[in-house]
Design a protein around this ligand. Structure first.
Ligand code: PGA
Length: 269
């Protein structure tokens, strides 16, 4: 399984988002690796996470384009950047799983470092968000990762364990089968300072072990994505490592040609 995900964060008006998804479709179609990919459709996934305000528009656009795809062409799936637990109610400013599905999302980011560290979301709330996604058929892309201080004081392993147990603890095997996990070291996000392939592999091996201990059936196959300053130039080194199933890209996903180059690298590796 190869997954290439692009988090647009708080960027793009509707018109800008339309241009970006159109340009991305064009760039993906121009890539020989992707156009003629021999990978089975279910084994290679491209997902973009636009802001809420352009979600429906990007989903409609990507869907229209996908209908015209040649067999084997890569579909662009749509994800939401956040979700609030619950079906509906008095939660001013929040958006539910049902609303996201209705807008065309199939995946939802939960626990992104900016939600944890800028907005202040904790493990318990993140656990509720994961469950809200699962309950309504939205696949959670659950993010974990340590700060620089935690890494330097050799707490990476215990932080990942706390984050996994804090939000995913108590879920069943059938739940884990629906979840993708992203390792995003906080010190590598938006800093231009990527984890080395060795650091990424070590963290991913640790995560794999945690998942296998807790979910012996689904743990071995849960996709693990790396995120943090991924660019076309460093994709191969990261994705060729053991236990790295894909990448979660922030800044570089705003450039259609660069993001398609990352996807091509991922398909080639
Ligand atoms: P970045 O962001 O690629 O800009 O470092 C990654 C992310 O936040 O998912």
């Amino acid at each position: 399984m190869r997954i290439v995900a692009g988090n647009w964060k708080m960027h793009k008006t509707r018109a800008e988002a339309r241009s970006l998804v159109d340009a991305l479709r064009e760039a993906l179609d121009a890539s020989p690796e992707l156009r003629d990919t021999k990978l089975p459709k279910a084994g290679f996934r491209v997902v973009v996470f636009p802001p809420f305000t352009c979600l429906a528009e990007v989903a409609a656009r990507a869907g229209e384009q996908s209908r015209g795809l040649r067999p084997g062409g890569v579909e662009i799936e749509i994800g939401a950047q956040d979700v609030y637990p619950g079906r509906e109610g008095a939660f001013t400013g929040e958006v539910s799983s049902r609303m996201l599905l209705d807008a065309g999302a199939t995946v939802v980011l939960v626990g992104h470092s900016e939600r944890r560290h800028v907005i202040g979301e904790g493990d318990a709330l993140l656990g509720e968000k994961v469950r809200a996604g699962l309950e309504h058929g939205l696949r959670p892309l659950f993010c974990v990762g340590e700060t620089l201080e935690e890494r330097e004081s050799e707490q990476m392993g215990s932080v990942l364990e706390r984050q996994i147990d804090g939000a995913l603890g108590g879920l069943g095997e059938e739940d884990l089968a629906q979840i993708w996990v992203a390792y995003e070291p906080v010190w590598a996000i938006g800093t231009g300072r990527t984890a080395t392939p060795e650091q990424a592999e070590a963290a991913h091996r640790h995560l794999r072990q945690l998942l296998c201990e807790r979910w012996p059936q689904q743990g071995p196959s849960c996709p693990l994505l790396y995120g943090g300053s991924v660019k076309p130039e460093n994709t191969h080194g990261l994705i060729s490592r053991a236990e790295v199933s894909g990448v979660l890209v922030g800044g570089a996903s705003l450039d259609a040609v660069g993001f398609a180059a990352i996807a091509s690298e991922a398909a080639r590796t």
